[in-house]
Design a protein around this ligand. Structure first.
Ligand code: MN
Length: 732
């Protein structure tokens, strides 16, 4: 295992101003944090973050990246916390480690499904700092290098994920060395036979061709040297995976040298590239259509090089890349190399947010997201969406993609409708959070559920996903329907009993056709809603029954107990009793689901004692208990329902009442009345000057008020005005 001073030494070689104490602290901290943990190989766990850091020193990265590499598994796997890392190192390093912790959940995600495309976007979404991606790639590279220790059943999954996500990502970041190594390691795991056969063929080819590669190298070098250009020419065997891919694409076996070897000419200066190209093209015929000038037109990831293919010595096709050393570094190490070249002053922190290098990296990341080829353009279009998305996880690592501003409620419904319906709370990243909070990228969300929970209708306006909204509406409807069905059943039972019959559901079931309803529940709900009369139900069950005339007049008052907290009150008017708050039907001002109306003349407000009257075909009308209009229903006690107010203090609503104001008939009296009501925050819905005499004006005013106290305050203030002679509430 690499020693502390060895690591420092590696960093110092490319960064003389490295913060040695910082590296030492991170080394010791990570070693202690991982303690006696072991890797699958049996090595101490700490050897892994250390190797990851070493890979990043090869890329010559800044101190913060090296430290983040040392700490990258601590939050997830040890007692270390973000707060502690912030305090002991820096909030910047803390943020890097936390980013890596979030990305680690990806490893879990891909167990679930093939989601490579989404996952790559997720990576970019979470990593708002490119160094997070660099550490992650190094982490994956080391894990791939040590794959053989991992249990057999896991290996292929990890390899596939590497091939799908991490290798292309490395390529997009311009890190071709890393991409190729990741590809080969994955290929070896996934198609070991193909891998071995290609290695075998390469070996055989090398033996057959003998000196061919070195003679091409020599011939090229000599020709270029004759023109006084300093250059190094190197023949390079292509990697097994890239050979295999080529064979697959062309569906041919490799035969030509150019399929296997590439030659690279490294020169000192930019102009040497073109000079060397001239030499090559003078000496050997070029293969048409293969020349590309990525120097005058660099690739978006800043890759620069000349590419050409010539018919070389021995009539072999030879692929050539010509570039400077600086271009070469960028070609091999991409983003990482660029950081080095753009900021040569040797400052310790090469990738700080305000450095040139950082700006370049941000641009590169944006370009990664934007792309330029038609294929990449498509991706760009998707990425537009992706900016509007937030990626979250279940505790088991399932990826849930939601629109921005989504809440844990949306999350719950996205997981499963049943989870949403039963949600009562949420933990976000282990902390209890409100169900209405806004989720962030990478959040891990745990939904707390309870049985027999109905989602509050108010959620409908909070959620952002259509799925959640539809499900909430459905669940609310189902709950309301169950309420009505429970109520309707009691009404039917009572009607049957009053007809002197014995109620049985079997008999009702056999009458469903006559009632034109499909199920018992349909009948109950219809009766409960007032859409069907209970005596019609009795007639359907007992066609011989002669009807209402047989009804025994009810006596006294009483309650029917309903299921699930409902009750139906029947009462002989004149005898009062208090509604039971636990069992009465809750009434709110605006409830689209319940067919509730307020008494047409005079309304009702919270604070009033109220009663509901069931009207077939219309639903429930709520009256204040003192309303004279209730006398009309005295003969129909089965229509009386016990109801109670269920007002949300946090969300006050206005309720309709009607008042009659008699004012002296003088200019400005109406204005004064309106002013008093307005000052008191009453809302005039309608006003009629209904009766004029010589001295008085009678105004009938519909006012929206919050509750009885509010109404009484308005009435008192009106009475205090000299112009007002009397104020009466209708139904009051
Ligand atoms: Mn790791």
């Amino acid at each position: 295992m690499m020693r502390q001073y060895e690591l420092v030494e590696r960093v110092r070689r490319y960064n003389p101003n490295t913060d040695e104490a910082l590296l030492d602290r991170a080394y010791v901290y990570a070693m202690r944090a991982h303690g006696t943990q072991k890797r699958a190989s049996g090595d101490p766990y700490f050897s892994h973050p250390l190797e990851v850091a070493a890979i990043l020193t090869d890329l010559k990265l800044d101190d913060a990246t090296i430290v983040a590499a040392l700490l990258h598994d601590t939050i997830e796997d040890t007692d270390a916390t973000r707060e502690e890392i912030d305090r002991l190192f820096s909030p910047q390093i803390g943020a890097l480690v936390e980013g890596l912790t979030k990305i680690k959940k990806l490893d879990l995600v891909s167990k679930q499904a093939k989601q490579a495309e989404n996952l790559r976007k997720l990576l970019l979404a979470i990593a708002d700092d490119v160094r997070v991606l660099l550490v992650k790639l190094a982490d994956r590279l080391h894990n791939m290098r040590t794959l053989k220790w991992v249990p057999e059943e896991k290996r292929s999954r990890v390899a596939q994920e590497t091939l799908d996500i991490y290798a292309p990502l490395a390529g997009r970041m311009g890190m071709h060395d890393m991409r190729e190594e990741l590809e080969d390691l994955s290929f070896r795991q996934l198609s070991s036979e193909a891998y071995e056969s290609i290695i075998g063929r390469l070996q055989a080819l090398k033996e057959n061709n003998g000196e061919l590669v070195s003679s091409i190298e020599r011939e090229l070098s000599d020709a270029i040297a004759q023109k006084n250009i300093v250059a190094v020419v190197k023949g390079r065997e292509k990697r097994p995976y890239s050979i295999w891919r080529k064979m697959e694409q062309k569906s041919v076996a490799f035969e030509q040298l150019s399929d296997i070897y590439g030659f690279r000419i490294l020169v000192e200066r930019l102009e040497d590239c073109y000079a060397a190209l001239g030499v090559v093209h003078t000496k050997w015929p070029l293969v048409p259509g293969r020349f590309k000038d990525y120097i005058s037109t660099p690739k978006q990831n800043d890759y620069r090089s000349l590419h050409t293919t010539v018919v070389g010595p021995g009539r072999q096709r030879v692929e050539l890349q010509i570039r400077t050393r600086e271009m070469h570094e960028i070609a091999e190490y991409g983003i990482a190399a660029h950081a080095l070249y753009k900021d040569k002053e040797g400052r310790g922190d090469l990738l700080t947010r305000d450095s040139n290098a950082y700006a370049w990296l941000r641009r590169t990341i944006e370009l990664l997201a934007e792309g330029s080829s038609p294929e990449e353009f498509l991706e760009h279009t998707k990425l537009e969406l992706f900016h509007d998305q937030v990626f979250c996880f279940t505790p088991k690592g399932r990826l849930i993609i939601l629109p921005r501003r989504a809440t844990p409620i949306d999350f719950a419904y996205a997981v499963h409708t049943g989870v949403g319906d039963r949600a009562v709370g949420a933990k976000v990243n282990g902390k209890v959070s409100p169900l209405v909070s806004e989720l962030q990228n990478g959040d891990e969300v745990e939904i707390i559920t309870a049985e027999a929970q109905t989602p509050p209708a108010a959620w409908e306006s909070i959620v952002v996903t259509g799925k959640a909204r539809a499900a909430i509406r459905r669940a609310t409807r189902a709950a309301v329907r169950a309420q009505y069905a429970g109520l309707g059943r009691k009404i039917v039972e009572r009607a049957v009993a009053r007809a002197g019959k014995v109620f049985s559901e079997e008999k009702l079931a056999s009458a469903l056709n006559r009632l034109a309803r499909g199920t018992l529940e349909d009948v109950y709900a219809a009766v409960g809603r007032g859409e069907m009369r209970s005596d019609d139900v009795v007639k359907a069950i007992h066609p011989e029954w002669s009807g209402l005339a047989e009804l025994a007049a009810p006596k006294g008052e009483g309650w029917f107990e309903l299921e699930q907290g409902q009750s139906l009150k029947f009462k002989i008017p004149g005898i009062e009793s208090d509604p039971d708050p636990k069992t009465a039907i809750p009434i709110r001002g605006i409830n689209r689901e319940l067919p509730v109306r307020f008494a047409p003349n005079g309304g009702a407000v919270p604070g009033d004692r109220i009663v509901g009257i069931l009207t077939p075909g219309e639903g429930i009308t709520v009256y204040p208990i003192q309303s004279p209009a209730l006398q009309d229903f005295e003969e129909e006690p089965e229509r009386w329902l016990d109801v109670r107010w269920d007002v949300d203090d946090d969300d006050p609503q206005r309720f309709p009442v009607q008042i009659v104001v008699v004012a002296t008939n003088e200019p400005g009296s109406l204005a004064q009345v309106a002013q008093v009501i307005g000052e008191r925050d009453g809302n005039i819905d309608n006003l009629r000057m209904s009766s004029r005499s010589a001295d008085f004006t009678r105004m009938v005013i519909d006012v929206g008020v919050y509750d009885l106290r509010h109404l009484n305050g308005i009435i008192t203030d009106l009475r205090a005005r000299a112009v007002v002679s009397s104020v009466q509430r209708v139904n009051g």
